[in-house]
Design a binder for this molecule. Structure first.
Ligand code: FAD
Length: 106
């Protein structure tokens, strides 16, 4: 399997990209799909210690799926929680769209 760091970078790219393309005004069905996806993602994430902690986090802080910006900010906070755990700098969540949707180079 891919190492934990490579897996992590790719996975955050997938997750933030899903946030970036999520509708600004999702239907109830789209909101349910995203909630189910996040819950299964956390369950199936192929780094078991990571998955355990992330499942706990989602239980405590339910994914906010009411709009693109709501989910993007929720996800940014979730990512920051992992950043803190790993001793990495936290990210300014007011910039998540700039980083993942409208684009800048990293
Ligand atoms: P990453 O954290 O992978 O971030 C990639 C890019 O995202 C950054 O370069 C930056 O431009 C941007 N970014 C950073 N923070 C944010 C933010 N808050 N919001 C939006 N964009 C941001 N690793 C472990 O060792 N232990 C764990 O328990 C663990 N749990 C994880 C749980 C999940 C759900 C995921 C997806 C990954 C987990 N990882 C874990 C992996 C870890 O988070 C990193 O992906 C990995 O260490 C590589 O880090 P990186 O410095 O390349 O940047």
């Amino acid at each position: 399997p891919a190492d934990v760091e490579t897996l992590g970078r790719s996975s955050w790219t997938l997750l933030h990209s899903i946030a970036a393309t999520y509708p600004p005004a999702p239907t109830p069905s789209e909101q349910n799909d995203l909630k189910s996806f996040m819950s299964l993602f956390a369950k199936l994430y192929p780094c078991w210690v990571c998955a355990e902690d992330f499942q706990q986090y989602i239980k405590k802080e339910e994914p906010k799926t009411g709009s693109r910006d709501e989910f993007g900010n929720w996800l940014c906070e979730a990512h920051n929680e992992v950043n803190r755990k790993l001793g990495k700098p936290t990210f300014d969540c007011s910039k998540w769209q700039e980083r993942w949707r409208t684009g800048w180079k990293d």
